[in-house]
Design a protein around this ligand. Structure first.
Ligand SMILES: Nc1ncnc2c1ncn2[C@@H]1O[C@H](COP(=O)(O)OP(=O)(O)O)[C@@H](O)[C@H]1O
Ligand SMILES: [Mg+2]
Length: 345
């Protein structure tokens, strides 16, 4: 069954393309209620395109109120303290959600996060001991199985805690321009994909949906969340990165960089939340394919990006082209390879 969303028009000053629309506040001051809609800019109006909502998975759970839908996850309220966090099979690239789902991707992401939360058991995380069966039944439980967790609601710390062990992506661009990333000076003559002398913490802003995260300096980070919290997050994030990288390397995976999200609980303690060390939040390289001075292929949406960018020469403006089945399958396989390598299945 395919359902079409209403063809809404929003008068909105946003000049860029967006994929979600902020609507009403739920009364929970830490989070807004956001509907996933594929939207398109047109003379500064944003209109919802006809998209297959089922692929977006947002209607699969109805018995709990949905409080947020991000690019990948849907959050449903349980009570003041906890919520259900469901990873859908949505895949976003260039900040636009694809029309097609990547089958089981949400399950893979959740299982990978659970693997790392468990491995990093000395780091306080947002998981609870509740079971899905405590709150869901029937087809909802079936859908949520493997892809959902019941988590403590936290007050999100409004920065992304990025740790880089290797030079890549926007970090490499920054380095070429400034010899530094986020204001951290690095030795000269480093090549693309080169291992850094030590892992560095390079925070970024947490952009509203549709905007892009921006790298910030430590000082800017301190201005946003305070010096003490910045230092605590820096230390924790680097520690997690080091511990996880060592294990990953034994499995032939290089974690080039990764992004953590933290929140604060009611006691003001720092808690690791969201997803952890997945191919969506990290740049994983296959050790066998790693060559300094190149762009090593990564274990994520690389096929999708290459197909859209190189094969179709898509201009990154909506509508996003549909993906052929072969590209979807290759992407599924890439995500699954991480599962296999980590020995999760
Ligand atoms: N325990 C938690 N408490 C509060 N917010 C959380 C928690 N875990 C994750 N989140 C938030 O839930 C959202 C997950 O949805 P996701 O699709 O990853 O969103 P995004 O498009 O912002 O990446 C993120 O905004 C993340 O910050
Ligand atoms: Mg996210």
């Amino acid at each position: 069954m395919t359902k079409k969303p209403q063809n809404n028009m929003y008068n909105n000053n946003k000049s860029h393309n967006d994929e979600s629309i902020t609507t009403t506040s739920t009364g929970d001051n830490y989070m807004q209620n956001i509907h996933i809609d594929k939207i398109n800019t047109n003379n500064n109006n944003i209109c919802v395109e006809n998209v297959t909502v089922d692929n977006f998975h947002i209607d699969n759970i109805k018995s709990l109120p949905r409080i947020y839908s991000g690019k990948v996850r849907d959050l449903y309220n349980i009570d003041d303290k906890k919520m259900l966090m469901v990873a859908s099979d949505r895949l976003s690239t260039f900040d636009i959600i694809l029309n097609q789902a990547i089958p089981k991707k949400g399950i893979y992401l959740t299982q990978i996060s659970l693997f790392w939360f468990n491995y990093l058991n000395d780091i306080k995380n947002h998981l609870t001991n509740y079971k899905l069966e405590d709150f869901l039944t029937g087809t909802e439980l079936e859908y949520a199985q493997g892809r959902a967790v019941i988590v403590n609601k936290l007050k999100p710390v409004p920065i992304e805690a990025i740790v880089r062990g290797y030079l890549a992506g926007s970090g490499y661009k920054d380095y070429l321009k400034h010899g530094a990333i986020c204001g951290i000076s690095l030795p000269p003559h480093l090549r693309n994909a080169e291992k850094l002398p030590y892992p560095i913490f390079t925070p970024s802003t947490k952009a509203q949906i549709g905007d892009h995260d921006e790298n910030i300096t430590m000082q800017q980070c301190k201005n946003i969340i305070g010096a003490q919290l910045t230092e605590q997050i820096q230390q924790t994030a680097i520690e997690i990165y080091q511990k996880a990288s060592e294990l990953a390397l034994k499995k032939g995976i290089i974690i080039a960089d990764t992004k953590f999200e933290f929140g604060l609980n009611d006691d003001g303690e720092l808690v690791l939340m969201d997803e952890v060390l997945t191919p969506d939040s990290s740049r994983f390289w296959n050790q066998d394919e790693y060559i300094v001075g190149t762009n090593p292929p990564s274990f994520d949406k690389q096929f999708v990006r290459d197909y859209l960018e190189l094969e179709l020469c898509w201009n990154k403006q909506p509508p996003i082209p549909d993906l052929p089945a072969a590209i979807i399958q290759k992407t599924v396989d890439k995500y699954y390879e991480i599962i296999k390598r980590l020995g999760i299945e």
